[in-house]
Design a protein around this ligand. Structure first.
Ligand code: BEZ
Length: 255
C-alpha cells in the first residue's frame, strides 16, 4: 500500500530530522494520565519511544519489516507490530492515533480506507493528530526530476500524495472525524552533508527510477543536483523545500 521500500539503517543514521521535526506534533495532543496511543507508521520508533516517555501507553505499527525490526531492537520495552495502515483493526481501542510523515506515502485512492481504520481504532472522544507533506511539498525537487526524466523521453511517475487543508478536511469528515485544527506551512529543511540532496533523492525517490538503468539514474541525479544548486544550496548547506500539513481531528462518538 505504501510507495517505498525502507532502508531502516540508513534512514535512522542520516534522516533523523524527520523524527526531530515530529516533536511539535506532540503539543497538539490533549494528554491525560494513562492515555493509550497508536503511533501509526512508527518507522524506526524514534517518536514512539518519546510518546512512551511522555506517559502514553503506546504501541507502534508499521508496514515495513526492516523498520519494525530496527524499532524492536532499539526499544525492546515497547510493542511494535507489522501492519498495513489501510487495513488494520485492534480489539482494544485507543485514546490517540498519532502519525508523522507517513500518509503522503499512501496513494490518494487508499486514504479513505486508512481514515476508516483510524476511526475504528479510536475510542469515542479519541484524538487523531498527524503531519504529512502538504500540497507543493518538495516542488522544486520534483519539478527538476520531471524535467530531467522528460528530456530523456521518460515519464516521471510522481509517487506521493500531498494534499491541501481544503482537500484533506473533507476526507476526515467523511470518515466521521471532526476537524479541530489545521496548519499548512513551508519548512525549509536542512539536509546533512555536502551530498545532502543527492542522498535525499536516493533515499526518498526510489519508485520513479524503477526500470531505469544505473547509468541513466546517475546522470539524472547529477543533473538535478546541479540544476537545484543555485536554489537549494546556501553557504555549504543543502535544503529541501518542505511544505507541511498538520492536523488534529476528533472522533466525537461511535456511528
Ligand atoms: C515528508 O516528510 O514530507 C517527505 C519526506 C520524504 C519524502 C517525501 C515527503
Amino acid at each position: 500500500m505504501s510507495n517505498i521500500q525502507w532502508d531502516a539503517n540508513n534512514y535512522s543514521k542520516n534522516f533523523s530530522y524527520v523524527a526531530d521535526y515530529g516533536q511539535a506534533l506532540f503539543d497538539l495532543i490533549d494528554q491525560k494520565k494513562g492515555m493509550s496511543c497508536l503511533d501509526l507508521g512508527c518507522g524506526n520508533g524514534r517518536l514512539t519511544v518519546q510518546l512512551k516517555q511522555r506517559g502514553f501507553d503506546v504501541i507502534g505499527m508499521d508496514d515495513s519489516q526492516s523498520q519494525i525490526e530496527k524499532a524492536q531492537e532499539d526499544y525492546p520495552g515497547i510493542p511494535f507490530i507489522k501492519g498495513n495502515a489501510c487495513d488494520f483493526s485492534f480489539e482494544k481501542r485507543v485514546d490517540v492515533v498519532f502519525s508523522n510523515a507517513v500518509f503522503h506515502w499512501i496513494n490518494k485512492e487508499h486514504q479513505q480506507d486508512m481514515l476508516q481504520c483510524v476511526y475504528r481504532a479510536l475510542k469515542p472522544g479519541g484524538q487523531f493528530v498527524f503531519e504529512m507533506g502538504g500540497k507543493g511539498n518538495n516542488a522544486l525537487i520534483h519539478e527538476s526530476l520531471k524535467r530531467s526524466f522528460e528530456k530523456r523521453g521518460l515519464t516521471y511517475h510522481f509517487p506521493f500524495y500531498f494534499p491541501s487543508i481544503g482537500e484533506y478536511a473533507p476526507l476526515l469528515e467523511k470518515a466521521g472525524l471532526t476537524v479541530q485544527a489545521a496548519f499548512f506551512f513551508d519548512r525549509q529543511t536542512k539536509l546533512d552533508g555536502d551530498d545532502g540532496l543527492e542522498q535525499w533523492i536516493r533515499m526518498f525517490v526510489k519508485k520513479p527510477f524503477e526500470g531505469i538503468d544505473d547509468k541513466e539514474t546517475e546522470a539524472i541525479i547529477h543533473e538535478v543536483v546541479e540544476d537545484l544548486r543555485p536554489k537549494l544550496y546556501e553557504n555549504g548547506i543543502w535544503y529541501a523545500d518542505y511544505v507541511r500539513l498538520r492536523m488534529k481531528a476528533i472522533k466525537k462518538e461511535d456511528h
